[in-house]
Design a protein around this ligand. Structure first.
Ligand SMILES: Cc1cc2nc3c(=O)[nH]c(=O)nc-3n(C[C@H](O)[C@H](O)[C@H](O)COP(=O)(O)OP(=O)(O)OC[C@H]3O[C@@H](n4cnc5c(N)ncnc54)[C@H](O)[C@@H]3O)c2cc1C
Length: 381
């Protein structure tokens, strides 16, 4: 091995880890940077399709690819689970007993669902946040003849904050196509005093909810789910009956990061928001859903973060000056109705604005799994 060869270890083979590895490969020569991805998923699921699959609007087989097939030539992919991170030694250990040393470490381990945090969740709630969840909900919706649907999220933060409202618009459309919308009440619960985290977007979405007859319950922080009486109760004292409960599960970051001393019990890591490095380490970075950043938990965020970090690492290794910083840029498109969608552009300094829906935004979102698998995940875009 050439002595000046640097090793970049990336933990995680989801959106952030794969985009990061492929972008860095484009930016660097294999004689200068060795890229090792350690990940434990055999398949890569395009999660945004979770808002289509439960309604049969999309065949789930188009939303899944083998993880190993998505890495560009020159990226080493190791199927394993990282069990320890040793920041002092500059190494990681794996469940299969390997120790791998790094010059740069990029953590892209995403987050996990902790349904045990909410008693009653596993017995009663459906969701669309994983492929298994989306397919189970599809089965349930097949038999649904009308009634009262309560939909919302169990806690904050969650992946892709717009997904619950996007799903609700799709649900409304599905019930209309099935001819049972008149026989169904949709109740949307949200933990804040608006229907989305960002005020301007929330006001726009609330207007659309009103047009479609979706009933909103704000300041509804889920406290308990009572499977006997089929009621969901909030900390604020509101209690809603349901025939079908669709609730985004509680999320936390990975235990690995808590164990490594990098995160508290939430499992999310505090990073420098402009440089993405952890603490005083200038060679340890966290990208994607694993961070505690305010604008995070979207594949689009992972994409922009990886662009910044791949540039930075390759410049440093090449001895070039690099003065850029990550400005929190994100672009996110959601469907808001039949043939309608909106795209939100934002950064740390520019809040998003939602002013109008368009057909082109709808198609942008509708085709996003094709764009994702053919270009985005490959680091081409
Ligand atoms: C319903 C839904 C809709 C969404 N819609 C959008 C959208 O429209 N636009 C958008 O931008 N985003 C959207 N998202 C969010 C987006 O999918 C996530 O933000 C993105 O997947 C995060 O990527 P990540 O790599 O950080 O995490 P993940 O994709 O979850 O990947 C983490 C990977 O790390 C691996 N891993 C974890 N721990 C270890 C370990 N110890 N050792 C080895 N490997 C490990 C996991 O197996 C996994 O493969 C949506 C999400 C959902 C659920």
């Amino acid at each position: 091995m050439p002595t000046n060869l640097k090793t970049v270890v990336i933990i995680g083979d989801g959106a952030a880890g794969t985009i990061m590895a492929n972008k860095l490969r484009f930016h660097s020569d294999p004689s200068e940077i060795r890229i090792v991805v350690i990940g434990n998923s055999s398949r890569h699921y395009f999660k945004p399709d979770g808002v289509h699959i439960p309604f049969g609007f999309r065949d789930y087989r188009n939303s899944v690819k083998p993880s190993a097939a998505l890495f560009n030539y020159g990226v080493e992919y190791l199927r394993d689970t990282v069990s320890g991170i040793n920041l002092d030694d500059g190494s990681v250990t794996t469940v299969s007993g390997k120790t791998i040393e790094y010059d740069y470490l990029v953590i892209a381990t995403g987050d996990r669902f902790t349904t045990g945090d909410l008693p009653g969740y596993d017995q009663e709630a459906f969701h669309f946040y994983s492929l298994e969840g989306a397919l189970k909900l599809k089965d349930r919706l097949k038999d649904f003849k009308g009634g009262r649907i309560v939909i919302g999220q169990a806690s904050i933060p969650i992946q892709c904050p717009p997904a619950p409202y996007e799903f609700t618009f799709q649900l409304d459309q599905f019930l209309r196509l099935k001819g049972i919308r008149e026989r169904t009440e949709i109740h949307y619960v949200y933990p804040l005093n608006r229907v989305f985290t960002i005020q301007n977007v929330a006001a726009y979405i609330e207007g659309l909810f009103e047009e479609k007859g979706i009933i909103v319950h704000k300041m509804f922080n889920v406290d308990t789910i009572d499977s006997g009486s089929k009621r969901i109760n909030s900390i604020e004292g509101e209690s809603l009956p349901y025939d079908l409960l669709i609730l985004v599960p509680p999320h936390r970051g990975q235990e690995l990061l808590t164990k490594a001393g990098m995160a508290d019990e939430s499992g999310y890591v505090d990073v420098d928001r402009s440089h993405l490095n952890y603490g005083s380490y200038d060679n340890v970075f966290v990208v994607g859903d694993a961070t505690n950043l305010p604008i995070s938990k979207a594949g689009a965020t992972a994409h922009f973060e990886s662009e910044y970090l791949a540039n930075r690492i390759s410049s440093e290794v090449n001895g070039n000056a690099f003065f850029e910083s990550y400005n929190g840029e994100v672009a996110c498109t959601t469907i808001t109705g039949p043939n309608e969608g909106i795209t939100l552009f934002f950064s740390y300094t520019k809040p998003p604005r939602a002013n109008f829906q368009s057909k082109s935004d709808y198609f942008l979102k509708w085709t996003s799994s094709d764009t994702y698998f053919s270009a985005m995940i490959r680091g081409i875009m």
